[in-house]
Design a protein around this ligand. Sequence first.
Ligand SMILES: Cc1cc2nc3c(=O)[nH]c(=O)nc-3n(C[C@H](O)[C@H](O)[C@H](O)COP(=O)(O)OP(=O)(O)OC[C@H]3O[C@@H](n4cnc5c(N)ncnc54)[C@H](O)[C@@H]3O)c2cc1C
Length: 292
Amino acid sequence: MTIADQFPDIVKRGEPLAPYTHLRIGGPAEYFIQPRTVSELADVLRHCKKQRVPVRMLGGGYNLLVRDEPVAGAVVRLQGEAFTGLEREGRTVRAAGGGQLFDLLAFAVRGGLGGLETLVGIRGTVGGSVRCNVGDRTGEIGSAVRRVAVLTDDGKQELRSRDELNFSDHSSDLVEPVILWVEFDLEPNDPEVLLRRMRKAWVQRQAGEPHSFQAGVRMFRNPAGGTASSLIERAGLAKHRCGGAEVSERNGNYAIVHPGTTAADVLGLIESVRKTVRERTGLVLERELNVW
Ligand SMILES: Cc1cc2nc3c(=O)[nH]c(=O)nc-3n(C[C@H](O)[C@H](O)[C@H](O)COP(=O)(O)OP(=O)(O)OC[C@H]3O[C@@H](n4cnc5c(N)ncnc54)[C@H](O)[C@@H]3O)c2cc1C
C-alpha cells in the first residue's frame, strides 16, 4: 500500500514544490504530505520507514533549492494549529517547529523576553531556523535553545537537552527527521528596549541583503575569520551570471534569480563562484544552501 493510499486526506501526489520555496523554483514531490496532528505525523514517519520511502522536511524554503527534476519520496510540511503554537512559562518560550520565526520573535519581544530580537528579518520556520542555526554577527538562535523535541524515523518523540546539542556556524547536529518544538531560555527585559534593538537590527539586515523585490538565497557558509561575501566580491564576482541566476551586487553571498531561472542555473552559479574563489584566493567555500 502506498502512502497516498494509506493517508488519502493528507497526501498529494506530484505536487509542485516551487510555490513553497522562496526562489519559486523546482520540480514536484512524489508525495507531498501535510499531517494534521502529531500522531498522524508519527504514523506517516513509521509508514515511510517501513516502506523505505525517504522523508524530507520542508520549512519555509528560505534555505533550500529544489532541483528541476521530481523529488522522490515524501516531502512533509508542518502547518496548522498542531505545529505552529507558542507558549510561555516564566522566561521560557516553547515554539512549535512549523511556526514562523518572526511570530516567535514578536511574541518574545511583546512579552518582555530578550535574546532573539536581533534575528529579526531572517525568514523561515522555527524548525528550519534551529536546524540551520540561523544568526549573524549579533548572535545565533542556538545559544538561546533550552531543549528540543524531535520525532525519530520510527515516530517516537524524544527530547534533546541543551548539553546534548551542538550548534556551529549555520548548522546543528539535530539529525532526526522532525523538529517538533523548541524551548528557548530568554532574558526578561523592557519590551520598549527590545523593540528598539529589533528596529535597529532590522535596518542593518535590510542593508546587507538583496533588494526586497528580488528573490535571493545565501550560497555559502562563512569561512573561519572572514565572510563568504567579501571573498566573492574580492574575486570580482559581483553580478556574475549563470543563466537567470546572478550574484547579488548588494551582498556577494546571495544568488538572486530572474524570471525563468532554473535550479540548474543556480547550481551552475554556485559551482562557478566556488571554482573562481578557489582559483583566486586558494579558499574552498562550503555550500550553506540545502539542495534537494
Ligand atoms: C533573503 C534571505 C536572508 C537570509 N538571511 C539569513 C541570515 O542573516 N542568517 C542566517 O543564518 N540565515 C539567513 N537566511 C537563511 C534562512 O532564512 C534560514 O536558514 C531559515 O531559517 C531556514 O528556515 P526554513 O524554515 O525556510 O527552512 P527550509 O529552507 O525549508 O529548510 C532548511 C533545512 O531545515 C530542514 N527543516 C525545515 N523544517 C524542519 C523541521 N521542522 N524539522 C526538521 N528539519 C526541518 C529542511 O529539511 C532543510 O534541511 C536567509 C535567507 C534568505 C532567503
